[in-house]
Design a protein around this ligand. Structure first.
Ligand SMILES: [Fe+2]
Length: 138
């Protein structure tokens, strides 16, 4: 049974490699919350089909004490905008969130977070280019 499992894992990895799909990201590979197939969460290290969209979608995180600023350098229009930012633990607990409107001028959120976690994940969701994540140190 174990051999069969290993065979299946290896087959999936080979198939993923052959198709250019990466199943988990390098920096988030050990994070249970984001150890999921490409095509659900994108990162600047593994942008998948959105390789040309990194600059406008990967969230940029600045930490200053308890203050965490998340910025997505993306335009905001009624047809195409950043919908949401979240701060999430690696176990998947949402610590903070902000939902944007297409009328917002920019996709910047500021959170005051007190946590014992050493590393958190910021997410940014575009209505056309899916969810992006960035692992950062607090
Ligand atoms: Fe977008």
């Amino acid at each position: 049974m174990e051999n069969r499992r290993n065979f299946l894992k290896a087959s999936i990895a080979v198939a993923a490699g052959a198709s250019g799909v990466i199943l988990s990201t390098q920096s988030l590979a050990n994070s249970p919350a984001f150890n999921m197939p490409a095509g659900i969460v994108y990162t600047k290290e593994n942008p998948g089909k959105w390789a040309k969209k990194i600059g406008g979608h990967a969230p940029k995180v600045t930490v200053n004490g308890n203050k965490i600023t998340v910025e997505t350098d993306h335009g905001m229009s009624s047809k195409h905008y950043i919908v949401r930012h979240t701060i999430v633990t690696q176990k998947g607990e949402v610590l903070a969130e902000k939902t944007f409107s297409s009328d917002d001028e920019d996709a910047i959120s500021v959170f005051e977070i007190k946590t014992d976690e050493k590393q958190l994940i910021a997410t940014s969701f575009c209505n056309k280019h899916d969810m992006w994540a960035e692992l950062f140190t607090v």
